[in-house]
Ligand binder design. Structure first.
Ligand code: CP3
Length: 347
């Protein structure tokens, strides 16, 4: 009797902390440069071209599923794509990331953002979701950036190490910063709602760089707009994953903002996350560098993550952050097989 295929997929069950037959696994940035077939498409298209062409974006999202026995697909797009709906002009620069032509770091710039997002700019993303749903049998994860992380790109104008301009705006002009956060929350609510209408079955909110904030500043400046997004998602009826890096000191506040699943990086043991939030599922958290380690080290590190999760319901295996461009493909295959074969449960 094949119970598994007729039941809710194990990824969605794990999001709800329900028992699963094996631990589900997907990989942040699973579609990307470590795959030669992705690099082949990138020879003739920029990243933004791919994001805005539903057939190409769909093809790229399917590539990792053909190679590995993954338990979910993720929409292929980029963090900044939705800000086009506010009228922000940006580009994505190779090996560095999003760059915003005119940084949004004063009252005037924030005030000139479109108040109601132009959703026609995002129709290409919704179409990618529809195409993907037709093409795959595993659940499709949609995503959006959290206000802080997306706002940091708008304020800095590009990638940053210390997020100086972002924190300066927050401290010097808190009401302008707040206005930007609330507008981004409104945008992301519309964006995720559109993805849900098009068919996503779960959503990850990336607050990748929030770990730069103190708990007090998170509470004062970021918690409320972030919580609004999770409250809106809860009404959509799909599970949500709340992800950030370097968040050990922030997790209580991030959990308060929301998320059925807390996604963490390798700097906090999963056992600690479970002990602090027994009612939430957890996602993570193998160090992406482990894929470059000698076989026996990778093997041991996978076991350590599984042991921390302790076989209890509500663990989604993932890396602690995106897979790195040169990651050896045979080690990815090994990781996916190891996670499935070491977590078989008969009940
Ligand atoms: O996970 C997936 O497979 C879906 C695709 C995806 C991309 N970006 C494609 C992409 C997702 C979920 C993102 C989100 C994203 N984009 C985040 C949050 C996730 C995280 O890693 O924390 C962030 C911070 C960005 C901004 C961004 N875009 C950066 C920092 C970079 C990397 C610059 C580089 O070259 O290393 C990008 C570019 C980007 N987005 C690539 C991909 C596959 C790089 C490959 C390319 O240039 O083709």
């Amino acid at each position: 009797m094949n119970r598994v295929t007729t039941e809710t997929p194990r990824f969605l069950r794990a999001c709800r902390s329900q028992p699963v037959d094996r631990t589900p696994i997907w990989i942040m940035r699973q579609a990307g440069r470590y795959l030669p077939e992705y690099r082949e498409i990138r020879k003739s298209h920029t990243l933004l071209e791919i994001c805005r062409a539903p057939e190409l974006a769909c093809e790229v999202a399917l590539q990792p599923l053909r190679r590995f026995d993954l338990d979910a697909a993720i929409l292929f797009s980029d963090l900044l794509v939705p800000v086009a709906a506010l009228g922000v002009d940006f580009d994505i620069v190779e090996k560095s990331g999003p760059v915003v032509g005119r940084p949004v770091r004063d009252r005037e710039a924030v005030g000139s953002l479109k108040l109601s997002p132009d959703l026609r700019e995002l129709e290409c993303v919704f179409e990618t979701v529809r195409l993907l749903r037709k093409a795959i049998s595993v659940p499709l994860i949609g995503f959006a950036g959290a206000p802080f992380t997306v706002g940091s790109y708008l304020i800095e104008g590009g990638p940053s190490r210390d997020f100086r301009q972002t924190r300066l705006l927050m401290l010097r002009e808190p009401e302008v910063f707040c206005d930007l956060m609330e507008r981004l929350a409104d945008l992301m609510i519309a964006y995720v709602s559109g993805q849900a209408a098009a068919g996503i079955q779960a959503v990850q909110i990336f607050d990748s760089w929030v770990g730069v904030l103190s708990p007090a500043d998170y509470r004062r400046h970021v918690l409320r707009p972030t919580r609004r997004i999770f409250q809106a998602i809860a009404k959509l009826g799909i599970p949500s994953i709340h992800f950030g890096t370097g968040t050990a000191a922030l997790l209580d506040h991030m959990a308060e903002a929301g998320g059925d699943v807390l996604g963490v990086d390798w700097r906090i043991p999963l056992g600690q996350v479970r002990a602090r939030f027994p009612e939430r599922a957890v996602q993570g958290n193998l160090d992406p560098q482990a894929l470059f380690a000698p076989g026996e080290v990778l093997d041991r590190m996978i076991d350590e993550v599984l042991a921390e999760a302790a076989g209890a319901p509500g663990h989604i295996f993932n890396l602690g952050h995106g897979i790195l461009p040169e990651s050896p493909i045979e080690n990815v295959t090994f990781m996916v097989e190891a996670v499935h074969s070491r977590t078989v449960r008969m009940d």
